[in-house]
Design a protein around this ligand. Structure first.
Ligand code: IP8
Length: 256
């Protein structure tokens, strides 16, 4: 059976984070072309970038469930559908068979619905490629919250245990520190490990790189390797899926 790859396309790759509501068509098309060559089934998750995060900040929507502005809920969700459609259309042009779906198809608030996630996998195995995204989701009553694409990665990985879990970000991987920008090629997750992060800028309501690394560690601690690569060099996504990664960070989940 073909490998199953779970791939997160970071918002900083698929959009210009410093320009509101601007999709990075060049980066998206480059990734679509690479995905079209993959010898694996894939489930794609993408972030919000200058779409979802832009409106979430404007309307003050966050990950904590609360009775947020109802119009804000609508606008944030719609912006994510618009970004999803741009990505899906690029993939169609590249000859892929994407199938855009909001996370509410397979989650209840922030909880995974295992049977629905299995169906997402069945879709991927049928040569149609699910493309989901971080979104604003209903919690309960009048409460909503932002569900990050990174949290979706953990949910999907835990239920499906894909052969490859890849995060494509705007940097080469995890750096030892920001001063030297020395790339860490391998990190082993052993027990509770704390990592220090340099202060990130405030455009992300879900926590930026820190959130990605936290989710990568969660996934790795349930026994799967997680590969962090630069999405602006899309060939590295293919290398990661094919197990031939040259530049990137592997968060090791197996036994040392
Ligand atoms: O960029 C957040 O998803 P992320 C999506 O994966 C919204 O954290 C709506 C802000």
């Amino acid at each position: 059976m073909q490998k199953l790859a779970l791939i997160k396309l970071g918002g900083s790759v698929v959009t210009f984070k410093d320009r509101p509501l601007a999709a990075n068509a060049g980066a998206i098309d480059g990734i679509s072309r690479v995905l079209a060559q993959l010898d694996a089934h894939a489930i794609i998750v993408h972030g919000g970038g200058s779409f979802g995060h832009y409106w979430s900040l404007k309307y003050d929507l966050h990950t904590k469930p609360a009775s947020y502005d109802a119009h804000g809920v609508s606008v944030v969700h719609e912006s994510m559908i618009a970004l999803n459609q741009t990505i899906v259309n690029s993939m169609i042009m590249a000859g892929l068979n994407p199938y855009g779906m909001p996370p509410s198809v397979f989650t209840a608030g922030h909880r995974p619905i295992a049977a629905k996630i299995k169906q997402v996998q069945a879709i991927a195995r049928s040569k149609v490629m699910p493309v989901t995204f971080g979104d604003v989701v209903h919690a309960e009553g009048s409460k909503y919250s932002i569900l990050s694409g990174d949290a979706l990665m953990t949910m999907l990985a835990k239920v499906l245990r894909p052969s490859r879990v890849v995060f494509a970000t705007n940097v080469d991987g995890i750096y030892k520190d920001m001063a030297s920008r020395e790339l860490v090629s391998e990190i082993w997750v052993t027990g509770k490990k704390s990592i220090e992060f340099s202060k990130a800028s405030g455009t992300d309501v879900t926590g930026g790189m820190q959130r990605k690394v936290t989710e990568a560690f969660k996934i790795a601690s349930s026994g799967m390797d997680v590969l962090m690569v630069n999405g602006f060099v899309p060939e590295r996504i293919a290398e990661a899926v094919e197990g031939k990664l040259r530049v990137g960070t592997v968060v090791k989940g197996g036994r040392r």
